[in-house]
Design a binder for this molecule. Structure first.
Ligand SMILES: O=P(O)(O)OC[C@H]1O[C@](O)(COP(=O)(O)O)[C@@H](O)[C@@H]1O
Length: 340
């Protein structure tokens, strides 16, 4: 699809108009879904402007605290987290919030409570924040079972139960990519309008790609199927050309490229981190939801990623996601490994 040529055909479809149209697919939510998404969009615009002027506004560097992951928090991590917590609570459409930066889930007070649970990574790619390389925000949305009595089990659900997921990438352009369960659409922020405009309608990932994306620095600790798969990418044994390696080190940026160009992104388990590094609720699930909606797939090394049932809110899982045929290859290697 030639997005630039088709842009005029999407007749300046703003994300607000788009979501309003989507709203008709959520007849039960009385506009709640639109209001919630507009508050997430507002949070992304706020963070986008803070990231753009980080160097000028002394927002570079460490905040001085450590988060639940044991990571030193960056000033922008803390600011982004506060922005999204405020935006989500002020929407009066949420009841449980799970953030990468907060040890415990936030239960919204009854007077401002709504029916949605939001899991999010307010600023993903922290290792790239201070050098201006693309970073992003990732989110997933669940419906609460009983609005009157929200429980932590309402977010410890399989990823396939999410009603929407998305990310916002703060890169050379600011892009908001969203799925509400009926395909994936991309919106580019027009800074002069302050509006996200539909520029990438109905994104479909190519069935097979020419790119693999992994931190090869961990190679010595990988298991056999992963080692074999990456070896095949570099030295294909079927005469096909070698894949190119691309790795930004920000999941949002690496997954965004994979979604548009095809190929595979993997963060496997290794001897040092047997559950991998990436968090199930607010990294693995939203990206897997988007990948499946775009025609790709997401695999943990053992199962379909969206079938996972997390036991803890900051649980980690290995992940292999991207073009359908590329992920099939690694699934076959793990299946073969199991037979041995
Ligand atoms: O530096 P590594 O080990 O390759 O890890 C990079 C991965 O870690 C992350 O930065 C983790 O996310 P946070 O920065 O939000 O903690 C991902 O964005 C990225 O894919």
């Amino acid at each position: 699809m030639d997005h630039a040529r088709d842009a005029h055909r999407t007749d300046l479809m703003t994300i607000t108009r788009f979501v309003l149209n989507e709203q008709s697919k959520h007849p039960d939510s009385r506009g709640d879904f639109t209001i919630l998404l507009n508050h997430i969009v507002l949070g992304c615009k706020f963070v986008c402007s803070a990231v753009n002027k980080a160097g000028l506004a002394k927002l570079i560097g460490l905040a001085g605290d450590t988060n639940v992951q044991g990571e030193e928090q960056k000033k922008l991590d803390v600011l982004s987290n506060e922005v999204f917590i405020k935006a989500l609570v002020s929407s009066s459409r949420t009841c449980i919030l799970v953030s990468e930066e907060d040890e415990e889930a936030t239960f919204v007070e009854p007077s401002r409570r709504g029916k949605y649970c939001v899991v999010f990574d307010p600023l993903d790619g922290s290792s790239n924040i201070d050098c201006g390389v693309s970073i992003g925000t990732i989110f997933g949305i669940y419906m609460v079972k009983d609005e009157g009595k929200p429980k932590i089990d309402d977010v410890l659900q399989p990823g396939k139960n999410m009603v929407a997921a998305g990310y916002c990438m703060y890169g050379s352009s600011c892009m908001f990519v969203l799925s509400t369960g009926t395909g994936v659409n991309g919106f580019t922020l027009d800074p002069s309008l302050g509006e996200f405009i539909l520029t990438h309608p109905n994104i479909k990932i190519p069935n097979k790609g020419k790119i693999y994306s992994v931190n090869e620095g961990n190679a010595k600790n990988w298991d056999n199927p992963t080692t074999k798969y990456v070896e095949n990418c570099k030295f294909p044994n079927d005469g096909s050309p070698a894949k190119s390696l691309r790795y930004v080190g920000s999941m949002v940026a690496d997954v965004h490229r994979t979604l548009l160009y095809g190929g595979i992104f993997l963060y496997p388990a290794d001897k040092k981190s047997p559950n991998g590094k990436l968090r199930v609720l607010y990294e693995v699930f939203p990206m897997s939801f988007l990948m499946e909606q775009a025609g790709g797939q997401a695999f943990t090394g053992k199962q379909r990623a969206l079938d996972l049932v997390p036991k803890k809110i900051h649980e980690r899982s290995p992940i292999f996601l991207g073009s359908y045929d590329d992920v099939e290859e690694i699934k076959a290697l793990y299946a073969a490994g199991e037979q041995k």
